[in-house]
Ligand binder design. Structure first.
Ligand code: GLN
Length: 453
């Protein structure tokens, strides 16, 4: 197989499908073709498994000389001068960057509807959302526009869109992958991860992009195993914890049914299923929105109209540059988070909100540590429901926030967590099954997820 053929096939599919899907903000056609030609001339060795494979990057992952917007007007003219570490590593492995995918503005959202560049449509039903915030990446992979895409996950943004699109998406352990070049949202939660159709492809990519990076002090020195080795391993004796809270009120009955079928598959393959409690689950959403918004309010200070990005015209003085650029450049969800975060961090309210939420985070982390001490995996639904209609709940932020009730805790605890396709509901929409493992034990997720293929 030639890289040029793969890239041309990808570009054809993008040309056919993307006018309906809007999965891409930028298609990197010329550069991708040039890279493929260069690679073919050099020759691809059999052991270079990723060489010539088309990939797309969520648009909050910076790419040298390629527009990087984070889904926001405030970055609608931003061409970074460097590549994110993940981009550098995967390019070195020979992967070809086909472009940048659509996302909720600054990764804040669960539907890709808050993008400045219009929503992405779900390839399974064009009237529905692809989930979010990595909705463009998920739709691009599901529709076959690219073999793989990277996303970012602060509270579920890789896993929930993967569930809604019937693909495999993994958020690695916090610290597994360098965040250098990821436009920060909630720095203590953010991780970059992989979205693919096949589990083994994901294992190749995660192996190539993981590891300590001098440019990200929170990246871990932990050794990176060859994750592909786990694919195909036996799961006999695997200890699986199923939290009662993940099957409670508010979880769609059809979602429960499909995930229960998935659990049966694991059981038939020799896994031992155990029912457990994660009692702090009900506090995850409020605590997360205080903490993540606080971090966001601090991280987003850098967008001031001075250094890069959008600058308002018709300004009278410096303060006016800041105020007008930010007022015009940020969308309403981003403004809501900045206000919420600034309030939670302000002197008079710090103890009541930020500090309290930080304590809840510790309790949630302890919940996970307790259950994972004597289990290999925690399994349940990824999302309470399947893909909803575009426009249906966009005006109700709280409803949207609760879409993440099952995914947020993994980010709070820093543990690896993935969504695995687990059948369809009666409307023909994909259902996702979530698998959570111990810190740095992504291998067990690959092992169990591959058992479904
Ligand atoms: N939907 C959540 C939020 O809006 C999570 C987003 C994410 O993981 N980036 O904050």
């Amino acid at each position: 197989i030639k890289a040029t053929d793969l890239v041309e096939q990808s570009l054809d599919t993008i040309e056919q499908r993307d006018p309906q899907l809007n999965a891409f903000i930028t298609v990197n056609a010329q550069q991708a073709l040039a890279d493929a030609v260069a690679l073919d001339e050099k020759g691809i060795k059999a052991e270079d498994k990723l060489a010539g494979i088309p990939i797309a990057y969520k648009d909050n992952i910076v790419t040298k000389n390629i527009l990087t917007t984070a889904g926001s007007k405030i970055l609608n003219n931003f061409e970074p001068v460097y590549d994110a570490t993940v981009v550098e590593k995967l390019s070195q492995a020979g992967m070809i960057n086909l472009g940048k995918t659509n996302m909720d503005e600054f990764a804040m959202g669960s539907s890709t509807e808050s993008s400045y560049f219009k929503p992405t449509h779900n390839p399974w039903d064009l009237d529905r959302v692809p989930g979010g915030s990595s909705g463009g990446s998920a739709a691009a992979v599901a529709a076959g526009e690219v073999f793989a895409a990277l996303g970012s996950d602060t509270g579920g943004s890789i896993r929930q869109p993967s569930a809604y699109n019937g693909i495999f998406g993994i958020k690695p352990t916090y610290g597994r992958v360098s965040r250098w070049g990821l436009i920060a949202f909630g720095s203590s939660f953010d991780q970059i991860g992989v979205m693919t159709k096949r589990v083994k492809d994901s294992a190749y990519i995660l192996t190539a992009m993981s590891g300590k990076d001098a440019k990200d002090s929170t990246s871990s020195k932990q050794e990176v195993p060859d994750f592909t080795k786990f694919v195909g391993q036996d799961i006999k004796g695997l200890r699986v914890a199923v939290p009662d809270e993940f099957f409670g009120d508010g979880i769609d009955e059809e979602v429960k049914t499909q995930v229960e079928k998935g659990l049966k598959v694991l059981e038939d393959l020799g896994a031992v299923i155990d029912h457990v409690q994660l009692p702090y689950t009900k506090y995850a959403v409020p605590a997360y929105y205080v903490l993540a918004s606080s971090e966001a309010s601090s991280n987003l200070q850098r967008f001031d109209g001075i250094r890069y990005g959008y600058r308002a015209e018709d300004v009278k003085n410096l303060e006016d540059v800041y105020i007008k650029s930010r007022s015009e450049g940020f969308g309403s969800e981003v403004k809501r988070r900045i206000m919420l975060g600034t309030f939670a961090l302000s002197a008079g309210f710090y103890d009541a909100y930020f500090n309290k939420a930080a304590k809840v985070r510790t309790l949630i982390k302890q919940d996970y540590e307790r259950v994972l001490a004597d289990h290999d995996l925690i399994v349940g639904p990824t999302s309470p429901d399947t893909a909803f209609k575009i426009g249906a709940i966009v005006s109700d932020p709280l409803k949207l926030y609760y879409k993440d009730i099952l995914t947020i805790s993994s980010n709070m605890a820093g543990v690896p967590s993935a969504s695995v396709p687990a059948g369809f509901d009666s409307k023909g929409l994909p259902v996702g099954m979530q698998m959570v493992a111990k810190r740095f034990d992504e291998g067990t997720i690959f092992k169990a997820a591959a058992a479904f293929e």
